[in-house]
Design a protein around this ligand. Structure first.
Ligand code: F6R
Length: 586
């Protein structure tokens, strides 16, 4: 949700900020804006649209000055309009802010500030931060004090960066990410290291409830009670430098194509943590696993793996639903939390609820600097590098690999987990790209797609339908094969397209029967299988592999299919409408 960035240094700020925003656009892309400080003035330019479009229209990167702030928005409060785009200046224009998160008490604060004569232009909750800072600054003319007084009054989740009319930057965080970059040419402050990684790999991670003041004399960090705080400068891992599209047309395609390598990294770099987690799991009284969206689909796969191979019962929980059954956790429960970003508000809430009962948290995370890692007893990294495409692809297969590894450890190698074979199989699927593109061509004008799988393939069907929905905006639904006759068969007619996940394993015959029943109603069948059949109107061939490992490979052709269908439909696969990569609000 929303990206924020600030820069103070010796180079022109606006081009640096625009580049950083482009890299962080995955966090929100409804509107974009930049403010720079020059000659005692704060100048703001902003507009609705993606970074490059708005930059072309209003020349964000031509704003003068070596100090500035910027923002990309994912709208929560107020429509997607130029006025609601950030940065928001205070009513006097002496301070401007960019904000990520939600200010829960903005209405009360706004009313109070209006009675004191401060005016508001936007419908956002964020503008209240600008005027509250201004109000507190007007009282004392001290920037540090104005930040302390402001954070004392704000309720909700936030990270903000403010630029003051003397060119000072101030930034604060409460449950939203904020990272400082320390470069030779200046300081950066941003929601994600991607905002500045090409300028410096030296970073500081301020803790929750801390704020930062950056001016010409340097950088100072304080807690919300105004006590100075010291943090070490650390180096970001080199994977983060790999956040370019390179030869690929889209991040999504790049990330799908990286899977032969990323699944190996997920398996090979995490042995110690997986061993520790597996030991803990063996002694758990109750075992739960949670996530949202794609990460929840990985949790559903875990249910099959744990019961079949480790003989352990694990309950998958949709993170946003945990609040409605908080009493399931007991003292010796273990909750495995899966999240690419480690910042999903729903996942963090589920973790908080579990922790209150004394449950232990094991997390499976890509962003190892995230809030989820701080909340966990053990964190297992996905090591798949930054995932910029909003639809999760490589992170999903990496999550599965970590779960497979855990189960394989618990059952003493019973899964026959040969990741090199998996990697080779994925390479083969990727080389089938032109065939998959041909099939995608057929989906252009289709209004409904069903994805059917049985047993462990049903969560893959759900994940496949999620990819199709997100990338193509076509209505798509995952179906458990056996449920067809209990209702969904009524939907099948000659306008329906059905993807059948049908590897040559113990589910094969039943799934083929389902395919025939659907075909008899006139629907078109796309078979994803290592075995051809006359029932398939289109066959996407996958390599044969050990039965337990099919879920690791069979999602890849569906990811590619969704990607190519998005191109056919002229939607942007990297930035699906209305979505954002990291859902940090409830
Ligand atoms: C789907 C997708 C979302 C995320 C979900 C959880 O392609 O990207 O459904 O999977 O928002 O995000 P994380 O894993 O970051 O908690």
């Amino acid at each position: 949700m929303c990206s924020i960035i600030g820069y103070l240094g010796i180079s022109p700020a606006a081009p640096i900020i625009v580049k950083g925003l482009k890299r962080m656009e995955y966090r929100g892309y409804d509107s974009v804006g930049v403010a720079t400080f020059s000659e005692h003035h704060i100048n703001v330019r902003k507009g609705v649209g993606k970074v490059l479009e708005v930059n072309k229209a209003v020349k964000l990167d031509e704003l003068i000055g070596t100090i500035g702030i910027g923002h990309t928005r994912w709208a929560t409060h107020g429509m997607v309009t130029d006025t609601n785009a950030h940065p928001h200046p205070s009513s006097s224009g002496e301070i401007a802010i960019v904000h990520n998160g939600i200010i829960e008490n903005h209405e009360e604060l706004k009313k109070e500030l209006q009675t004191l004569g401060y005016t508001f232009k936007s419908q956002t909750d964020s503008e209240v931060i600008a005027n509250l800072l201004q109000y507190n600054y007007d009282k004392t003319k001290e920037i540090k004090k104005s930040v302390v007084d402001t954070v004392a009054e704000l309720k909700g989740n936030y990270a903000f960066v403010a630029v003051f009319q003397d060119g000072t930057l101030a930034a604060a965080r409460l449950h939203e990410p904020l990272i400082i970059g320390v470069g030779r040419e200046g300081y950066f402050i941003s929601s994600d290291v991607l905002g500045f990684v090409e300028y410096t790999d030296e970073v500081i991670y301020p803790d929750n409830k801390e704020f930062v003041i950056i001016d010409s004399s340097g950088l100072k960090i304080f807690d919300f009670d105004a006590n100075p705080v010291q943090h070490q400068i650390t180096k970001v891992s080199k994977e983060f430098a790999d956040a370019y599209k390179g030869q690929y047309a889209h991040y999504t395609l790049k990330e799908i194509s990286e899977q032969p390598t990323t699944i190996l990294n997920a398996g090979n770099k995490t042995k110690i943590e997986i061993d520790l987690a597996s030991d803990l799991i063996k002694h758990a009284r109750n075992l739960y696993i949670t996530g949202s969206g794609t990460s929840y689909n990985a949790a559903l796969i875990a249910k099959f793996l744990f019961s079949k191979y480790a003989k352990i019962k694990i309950d998958p929980l949709i993170s946003s639903e945990v609040q409605f059954s908080p009493d399931i956790f007991e003292e010796k429960s273990i909750l495995i939390a899966i999240s690419q970003s480690g910042e999903s508000a729903d996942v963090l809430e589920a973790v908080n609820i579990a922790k209150k009962t004394g449950s232990k948290i094991i997390s499976i995370v890509n962003m190892m600097t995230s809030s989820l890692v701080h909340q966990s007893s053990i964190s297992i990294g996905l090591n798949c590098g930054p995932e910029i495409g909003v639809a999760a692809t490589k992170s999903f297969t990496s999550q599965l690999v970590v779960l497979y590894k855990m189960v394989d450890k618990i059952c003493d190698g019973c899964i026959e987990l040969d990741l090199t074979k998996v990697s080779e199989a994925i390479k083969k699927i990727l080389s089938n790209d032109s065939k998959i593109r041909d099939v995608a061509n057929r989906l252009k004008d289709v209004s409904d797609i069903y994805v059917l799988g049985r047993g462990i393939h049903y969560p893959i069907a759900s994940e496949g339908s999620l990819k199709l929905k997100e990338l193509t905006y076509i209505h798509a639904e995952g179906l458990p094969g056996g449920e067809l006759k209990h209702g969904p068969l009524a939907l099948m007619d000659s306008n329906s397209y059905v993807l059948i996940i049908n590897p040559n394993d113990s589910t094969y015959n039943d799934t083929l029967t389902s395919a025939r029943e659907i075909k008899a109603r006139g629907a078109k069948i796309i078979g994803i299988s290592d075995k051809p059949s006359d029932v398939y109107d289109y066959w996407i061939d996958i390599p044969s592999i050990t039965e337990s490992l099919y879920p690791l490979i069979e999602i890849v052709p569906i990811q590619l299919l969704a990607y190519h269908a998005a191109l056919e439909k002229d939607t942007d696969p990297d930035y699906p409408r209305n979505l954002a990569k990291s859902v940090t609000v409830k």
